[in-house]
Design a protein around this ligand. Structure first.
Ligand code: PLP
Length: 365
């Protein structure tokens, strides 16, 4: 190549999202309307009606720039959380928040601790910014091992990523474990992308701990994944740094309007949480009745399933489900995961029933 590139970039694999319905329809000769996507932990109820109304009404405003720092949205998030606007930043998905934090705190050669298996973006970001990810394995039931995390801290450690509830395992860090980690002199990023489905949040801890940054998203419980809005919650001095280096206008005008409206659509949020909790119970109870299948408890809008005893690996099971028009996530690509776990997003009742029937068929053939 006639040009030099940053060597750490060479090692970074491309982010692989779940396949879309359109891709599967073409690959397997299926009708789009017959395909069920339970692969990206999206909201089965779709976007909030108040957000749709706001989008329709604001469409004519797109010739103008949005508020640079999404000020009104930050105020509404602050109201929703009972915190101050100065503690909130909005981003282009929580991915942007994670990116900003890594950019601010990680220098070349620094280390970041990542309990695995988990969301792959953390390790990618650490590598992009020339840092070194230090992976700490969750225990055999995918619970967090706080002592191991604390023991892995060295002079080079600048960041610790904690995803709770954790994607793809559905487990969460116990409060005492998190508090123990926060006692250390290291920035802790607590990713609460799935917190609305779990009842317990640690967002209020930002008032006590100067080293805590919480990130959240409108992509899951709020049903706005396609618009790309997330937010970070942190002590004011950290938010000020993030606002300084953020790409201006990164949350677009329609995304800001829809996110504000979605915070006001309490009914949609309640319906979503109720559906996920009911269907999570249904799915876990029915999966646990299938011989040779192990299902784990989950605090997210997805469940992790171990298919080892069926004699098939996760790729075989995922491919066989795909042929039947059901898209789920083969977890073998998660660092620190083996080759016999699949993750299934919780869908509408009829989708979950179809998945259960298809899974029974797949493992018995
Ligand atoms: C744990 C976790 N954090 C962050 C994200 C990214 O969310 P967003 O759509 O807000 O960028 C995801 C997406 O799946 C996720 O699972």
């Amino acid at each position: 190549m006639p040009y030099k590139i940053n060597p750490s970039v060479k090692e970074i694999p491309r982010y692989i999202p779940g396949k879309s319905k359109e891709e599967i329809a073409e690959e397997y000769g299926l009708k789009i309307e017959d395909i069920i996507k339970l692969a990206s932990n999206e909201n089965p109820l779709g976007p909030p009606p108040l957000a749709i109304k706001a989008l329709t009404e604001s469409i004519w405003e797109v010739a103008t720039y949005p508020e640079e720092d999404a000020g009104e949205l930050r105020s509404e998030i602050a109201r929703y959380l009972g915190l101050k606007k100065e503690n909130i930043i909005a981003g282009n998905g929580s991915d942007e928040i994670l990116d900003l934090v890594t950019k601010i705190f990680l220098e070349k050669g620094d280390q970041a601790i990542i309990p695995v298996p988990t969301f792959s973006m953390y390790a990618s970001l650490v590598k992009i910014y020339s840092g070194q990810p230090i992976f700490v394995q969750l225990d055999k039931n995918f619970n967090f091992n706080t002592e191991k995390i604390v023991e892995s801290i060295s002079e080079k450690t600048k960041l610790i990523f904690i995803c709770s509830p954790n994607n793809p395992t559905g487990t969460k860090i116990p409060d005492e474990g998190l508090l123990r980690i926060l006692e250390e002199d290291v920035i802790v990023i607590l990713d609460e992308a799935y917190v609305e489905f779990s009842d317990i949040s640690n967002i209020d801890k930002i008032k006590e701990y100067e080293n805590l940054i919480v990130c959240r998203t409108f992509s899951k419980a709020f049903g706005l994944a396609g618009l790309r809005v997330g937010y970070g919650v942190a002590p004011k001095q950290i938010i000020d740094l993030m606002l300084r280096i953020k790409t201006p206008f990164s949350v677009n005008l329609l995304a800001q309007k829809a996110a504000i409206a979605s915070l006001k659509d309490k009914k949609h949020l309640e319906n979503t949480i109720r559906l996920i909790k009911e269907q999570r119970k249904f799915l876990i109870s029915n999966l646990s009745k299938i011989p040779k299948i192990k299902v784990y408890p989950s605090y997210g809008n997805f469940v992790l399933v171990d298919v080892k005893e069926t004699g098939k690996n996760s790729k075989k099971v995922a491919d066989a489900l795909l042929k039947r028009g059901i898209i789920i996530r083969d977890c073998s690509s998660f660092y620190g995961m083996d080759d016999h776990h699949i993750r299934v997003s919780i869908g509408k009742p009829e989708e979950n029933k179809k998945f259960l029937e298809a899974l029974k068929e797949v493992i018995s053939t």
